[in-house]
Design a protein around this ligand. Structure first.
Ligand code: SF4
Ligand code: SF4
Length: 454
């Protein structure tokens, strides 16, 4: 057995090494992802974060468990890859997470902000979760107040901003006002943006880099030209919006801003996305800073709750796997890394250092709940602690979580609108694909460091 990635220091500190029980039958932990390689089998422990490589012979012996631990697998017991047959993996993950949370700092400063500069949009995607939300644009006065609030609540630490909408570029003045105040007050910041890319040009890209600290623009593409133009339904388009968005990617990359293309996949555009990937590979493949990832449009990501049958869910999960392989083969897949520590929070919404800011200057928690669960305002110091507590409430795990390798990395909030009570195989497949990519990347890096030859 070779260690490829050591366990998280914090988890190690909490758990220590597992003692071997004489005569106890052992099995592989539920919290393990495996990946086959020509050299052997990689095992990744989703609770401890450790990655090991087993030889083919060790993997063969592992397949013989549950039972007494063969001598060649003895090292897997203290590392908790092998656990007593009757062990409760879920309880151990819960206890570890509870203790790890107590170790995490709760200084109350806000350093992460997702800012809705406007809820208006020049594209009208049929699946937009903001459909039905009243259109609002952040005024300059509110933007200045937002800048002042951020400066006063970041505790002197660097700030990370996400420009969100609607289409954030429909309100460039708000972005200028917020970043202008932050600069005036000496706050260090950087930012990224979720945009449809339609309004970027060379001069705006250069300004975004210099003035807004923009390091990444995420641009959603749903298909090749005809499919994209039909699904996006732009307001008063000038020429082909698809061609315009593609043209606008170049100046962003030229300015040193990463471009992350997001493909939204469903049964209707899945085949066309392959043609799109080919076009993107030809045009942008090999350009530093250009990468792609994809998401299947889930029931709660814009499609009605009853939209998919179980069979369709399984089929889409398989299609997600195929798309992942295709992107990886083209060298365009966004590079995922393995996590650096245990999972202490679910998302932005239960991160004590994060907040959203609505166009009216109200403070919230979740990008998908623009007008719900609001807990404060940039014009006031008052905080609704009851609402903040609600955002931290977790949804109890389902029985199906008991056998899920991802459980130590998964936390679902009661208030979340995109994660339904049942867990979709599509989403599980997406998360597993990301982990598998992280495992393989870590292994390749380990080999590149020459350690595989030792
Ligand atoms: S909610 Fe889904 S992904 Fe999370 S632990 Fe349960 S089965 Fe796994
Ligand atoms: S939609 Fe759910 S996962 Fe996303 S930020 Fe909101 S609470 Fe978190």
């Amino acid at each position: 057995m070779r260690q490829i990635v050591p366990p998280f220091a914090l988890t190690q500190k909490i758990l220590g090494q597992q003692k071997t029980g004489a005569g106890t039958p052992y099995r592989l932990t539920v919290h393990c992802l495996r990946a086959e390689r020509p050299e052997g089998v990689l095992l990744y422990h989703t609770l401890t974060g450790e990655l090991v490589l087993l030889s083919h012979e060790e993997a063969r012996q592992l397949a013989g468990l549950p039972g007494p631990v063969p001598a060649v697998l003895g090292e897997l017991v203290p590392r908790r890859f092998l656990v007593p047959r009757e062990a409760d993996d879920m309880a151990l993950a819960d206890q570890t997470r509870d203790i790890a949370r107590r170790f995490s700092k709760k200084d109350g400063v806000l350093t992460e902000y997702l800012i809705f500069t406007t809820t208006a949009c020049n594209a009208r995607c049929f699946y937009c979760f903001e459909a039905g939300i009243q259109k609002a644009v952040m005024s300059e006065e509110t933007a200045r107040a937002a800048g002042a609030y951020i400066a006063a609540h970041c505790g002197g630490r660097p700030v990370h901003l996400v420009w969100y909408g609607g289409e954030p570029l429909l309100n460039v003045r708000a972005i200028d006002a917020i970043t202008g105040i932050l600069r005036q007050k000496g706050v260090t910041f950087r930012s990224r943006m979720d945009s449809n890319g339609y309004l970027f040009d060379a001069s705006l890209a250069a300004r975004a880099k210099a003035d807004w600290g923009l390091y990444q623009a995420q641009i959603t593409l749903d298909g090749t030209e005809d499919v994209y133009n039909r699904r996006k339904a732009y307001v008063d388009p000038q020429g082909s919006p698809f061609q315009r968005v593609l043209r606008n990617i170049d100046p962003l990359l030229d300015a040193g801003i990463r471009v992350l293309v997001r493909l939204n996949m469903d049964e209707n555009n899945e085949k066309d996305l392959y043609a799109l990937v080919d076009q993107l590979a030809e045009r942008f493949g090999g350009r530093p800073g250009f990468s792609i990832y994809f998401r299947v449009l889930l029931e709660n990501r814009g499609v009605e709750p009853t939209a998919y049958t179980e069979e369709e869910r399984r089929s889409l999960a398989e299609k997600a796997g195929a798309m992942h392989e295709y992107l990886a083969g083209k060298g365009l897949l966004l590079k995922w890394s393995l996590p650096q520590g245990p999972t202490l929070r679910s998302c932005w919404s239960d991160d004590v250092n994060a907040a959203t800011i609505t166009p009216e200057g109200r403070l919230g928690r979740c990008e998908s709940h623009i007008d719900k669960g609001l807990w404060g305002s940039v014009f006031s110091e008052e905080r609704n602690e009851a609402v903040l507590r609600q955002w931290r409430e977790r949804r109890p795990p389902g029985e199906f979580c008991r056998t899920c390798a991802l459980y130590p990395r998964c936390a679902r909030l009661k208030n979340c609108v995109i994660h339904p009570a049942r867990c979709s195989p599509i989403e599980r497949a997406e998360v597993e694909l990301r982990f598998r990519q992280g495992i393989l990347n870590a292994y390749e890096e380990w080999k590149a460091g020459g350690q595989g030859e030792a």
